[in-house]
Design a protein around this ligand. Sequence first.
Ligand code: GCU
Length: 412
Amino acid sequence: MVNAFGKLFSALALVSLAAQQPPAPANLGPDANGNPRRRAVKTGHVSNYDESKVPPYSLPDPLVLANGKPVRDARTWTKERRPELIRTYEAEIFGRTPLRTPKVAWRVTETDPSARHGTAVMKRIAGTIGDGPGAPQIHVTLYTPANASTRVPVILLMNFGGDGAPVAEPPVADDIIARGWGYAVAGYQDVQPDRINAFDRGVIGATNARPPAADEWGTIGAWAWGVSRIIDYFDTDHSVDPKRIALHGHSRLGKTALWASALDDRIAAVYASCSGEMGAALSRRDWGETVDDMAQNFPYWFAGAFQKWSGRWNEMPVDAHMLIALSAPRPVFITGGTADQWADPVGEFLAEVAAGPVYRLLGRKDLGTSTLPQLDTPLVAGDLGWYYHTGPHAATPEDWHVFLQFVEKYFR
Ligand code: GCU
């Protein structure tokens, strides 16, 4: 078992390391500690890894409306501030999902009642996006405990892979099933290819007869849309409890998981692993990857409008604490790795701290501290969870164990 975990883990680490290398034209090579250093072409900004060189910044207040009015109660958050922040994220960052997207037709293509050595029922499910010629298909594999007598909680992993490439399983699959829960894996590129100039493909191609407008979705928006369509399927599957669906994504898919959860409150819990810049890490904190790098290297992940924030992070109307808070009061678990300074784990922690007031306003528990805990020490007592592992840009088996501990309170 340990060996199988080890193998899976190294496979995951390899996949994520390969995905981590941006095609940066100004790659200055690693610093003395092995952190990637890049010069952003437009602004000349070079990656910083020195706390004494982080310029001071102040975060926009999640509990003040754009018109200056303070948000003093849960109702004002839910009815006014939250929708305002969603609209801002749509207009300025991830883009708006078009109102009319193609229908997805789901069908179960294969069932194995004694998968995973007889412990699980495995179903393969395919969702055809629209009905055009060569319509893209989303492939989901769902495992639920063989001995389940009622609907079970399910952890959905929107993972690397898809579009023909294999999709990794969680390193804690046996543990999930033994706890009486299910899990499902899908490959993000089934929904939308992860490359520039592929807007004529995937769901974006099936929706728009033209490239997206400046305030319309990029690929992160498309991947998030795919998550919601998979949940549509879960809603119809009697083995899944639609009230207890958690979503996991790593890195670019951690950013996706946070955005998907902001848009779809059927997601009962989120686990964003090493999501970094434009995920859980504060953009205003100049550490590792910046908005300048992101806009330059991965423009197609975002709305066209995102480009204007290159070099102007301090003027953005939003920051990562707000993206996290858009899931409130639902639980959010965030991780970072010491060898992944590109993703600014400390900036993720600080964003999570700054999301705390929204959780408290809604009667939930924040992180419980604003001091970074020791490495490899879980913070899982509240509705915001944190784990900073010693190690790489990966969702490690240890991270997963801590997540299961965290989500247990909601899955009981
Ligand atoms: C690149 C990118 C990150 C992203 C990562 C990944 O490193 O700069 O923002 O999270 O790829 O998705 O693995």
